[in-house]
Design a protein around this ligand. Structure first.
Ligand code: SD4
Length: 321
């Protein structure tokens, strides 16, 4: 098939696309391509939203979420809230290849990684320290809380449930500040000449998240999904909303039912918008014959979504979908 091989990933992370492309050119597997490509973003700290030193949580710690999926075998490896290990997608791959599990989280995932030979490293950088201290200086806006009041005796959290909230009416304290600038997960799809499909994601999640928060990215069907008999999809955006709809799974199922990749991505987005008209996010899709497409929510703060494709060495930015 002249349309294949194909590598497509969210955002303008061209280094990552190239790294994956080189793996395929050298005859490597689609899993190797997704792992190496996404790992390139972990090294490059793409947009500060992938890898170490980005998106500190309320305690100032950076933790990583990642997953990888083999569309031939439907095996998945995933890690969430991974601490002290930089190569999250590598650890996700190790979960897939060296365990019978699918998903490891938190401190235990880090211990697993160390036992697999991954190096223990500090994920904090001057940049993440400064993001965190600025947030502390701005009296710790409780970005991800609702219906709470700050503890008056402390300058900063913890927050307490607000008394007298009627039917979950949202408090003025809910100030979600996630936007295109702090939400640039890499999601990648690779398809080789023989139609083998793999997909994966890697992210450091949401800035100032409540410690323990896990987004959509490491969840199969939410952050990414691959099925070599159909194709693959991957999502980026407000994971707290997106994970409720499994948009990557849905996009793949729409393609299975005959939608072209662009329409499949659009339908996955529209299903979320029905309930959350202002959510922001994007989905990329490719089918196993090498057609691809994308769609984004076009909400304020998310009017610009790019993806990068290598097919015949072509990089195609998409401004609107
Ligand atoms: C998350 N979905 O943790 C991720 C972040 C993201 O583009 O996609 N950024 O919510």
């Amino acid at each position: 098939n002249s349309e294949l091989p194909l590598v497509i990933n969210t955002w303008s992370f061209r280094n990552a696309t190239e790294a994956a492309w080189r793996v395929l050119e050298a005859g490597g597997s689609v899993l190797d391509a997704v792992e190496k490509g996404s790992a390139q973003c972990e090294i490059d700290q793409c947009d500060g939203s992938v890898g170490y030193g980005g998106s500190p949580d309320e305690n100032g710690e950076t933790t990583l979420d990642a997953m990888i999926m083999n569309g031939n075998t439907m095996e998945v490896g995933a890690v969430a809230q991974l601490r002290r290990i930089k190569n999250a997608i590598g650890v996700a791959r190790a979960v897939m290849e060296h365990t019978k599990h699918t998903f490891l989280v938190g401190e235990s995932a880090s211990l697993f990684a160390e036992s697999m030979g991954f190096m223990r490293e500090d994920l904090t950088t001057n940049r993440s320290r400064s993001i965190h201290s600025k947030w502390l200086d701005q009296s710790c806006q409780p970005n991800y809380w609702k219906n709470v009041v700050p503890d008056a005796s402390k300058s900063c959290g913890p927050y307490h449930p607000m008394k007298g909230v009627i039917n979950g009416k949202q408090s003025h304290l809910q100030q979600k500040k996630i936007n295109v600038h702090n939400h640039d997960t890499i999601g990648m799809i690779a398809i080789d000449k023989a139609g083998n499909v793999a997909a994966g994601t890697s992210t450091n999640g949401a800035t100032h998240k409540i410690p323990g928060r896990v987004g959509d990215s490491p969840i199969a069907g939410a952050g990414a999904y691959a099925d070599s008999s159909v194709g693959a999809a991957s999502a980026t955006g407000d994971g707290d909303i997106m994970m409720r709809f499994l948009p990557s799974y849905q996009a793949v199922e729409y393609m299975r039912m005959g939608s072209d990749p662009t329409a499949a991505c659009q339908k996955a987005i529209v299903r979320i918008q029905k309930y959350f008209p202002n959510f922001f996010g994007a989905v990329i899709c490719a089918n196993s014959t090498g057609s691809y497409g994308a769609a984004c929510s076009k909400t304020p703060g998310f009017t610009e979504f790019h993806f990068t494709v290598f097919r015949l060495g072509l990089s195609q930015p998409l401004d609107e979908a």
